[in-house]
Write a protein that binds this ligand. Structure first.
Ligand SMILES: [Fe+2]
Length: 248
């Protein structure tokens, strides 16, 4: 008997989601969850912009073969931290791609300073698409939480919504018994993945969050890429209504 593997193998390999859009599954990181620490599989998203530059969302742990595969796609121009928990490897990627712009999410500079992790961010993500990728990606600052706010993106050509932690969706078969219970308690067990419970508690301004969700619905996404767990590759609008029913 083998222990359940939480990984999405093959790792460090570009997997095509749509033309000009890839995901890369990475190794496990340990993150705080429900008062303890839990193993999280990691996933980054790569989009090729109209100008040929590569946009890298939530870069995973550096890997030589991955760098080679990415170099074959184009030049890395943007390294995006979508929220203050997703930034750990930006410094390492910036070292490999010094000309890329490292984009900060709300609160990430403070969080990195707290954790004594040095990241030279170049720019801050705003509430609307940055002019450099406005032709390729829609962008929204998802507000309403007093603790963690995420910048969400839509890859417009493929109508793919790109999230980090606003929805997590861990597959039971990939978890051991204890983790399965933790994921169930946290409301992040596939197929009913949602915003993790501890993060939901921080949403003091639900009206604000509902407006953000409505703005996402206006985009009419067809699929949703997640950073943790199984992505929702169809019925994105129905999945969003289901996943955010806690917002009321
Ligand atoms: Fe995360």
């Amino acid at each position: 008997m083998h222990a359940a593997s939480p990984l999405y193998e093959p790792l460090n390999t570009l997997k095509t989601v749509a033309p000009g859009l890839w995901i890369v599954d990475g190794p496990i990181v340990r993150m705080a969850a429900l008062g303890g620490s839990a193993p999280f599989p990691t996933r980054m998203t790569v989009a090729r912009l109209a100008d040929g530059g590569l946009w890298c969302h939530s870069p995973i742990e550096p890997d030589t073969a991955l760098f080679a595969a990415i170099d074959a796609l184009g030049s890395v121009r943007h390294l995006v931290s979508p929220n203050k928990l997703h930034y750990a490897y930006i410094a390492a990627w910036k070292q490999r791609y010094p000309d890329a712009v490292a984009w900060a999410s709300p609160g990430v500079r403070e969080r990195a300073a707290d954790q004594k992790i040095k990241v030279a961010f170049d720019a801050d993500l705003g509430d609307v698409s940055e002019p450099v990728w406005a032709g390729d990606l829609d962008q929204l600052h998802f507000r309403g939480s007093r603790a963690i706010e995420e910048i969400v993106f839509l890859h417009r050509a493929s109508a793919t919504l790109i999230l980090a932690d606003l929805i997590e969706n861990f597959e039971p078969a990939k978890l051991g018994t204890a983790m399965r219970w933790i994921a169930r308690l946290g409301g992040v067990l596939d197929p009913d993945g949602k915003t993790p419970l501890d993060m939901r508690f921080t949403f003091r301004d639900r009206a604000r969050a509902r407006i953000c969700l409505q703005q996402i619905m206006v985009w009419q996404p067809r699929r949703i890429i997640l950073a943790h767990g199984r992505c929702y590759l169809e019925n994105a609008e129905a999945e969003l209504r289901r996943a955010f029913r806690w917002l009321g």
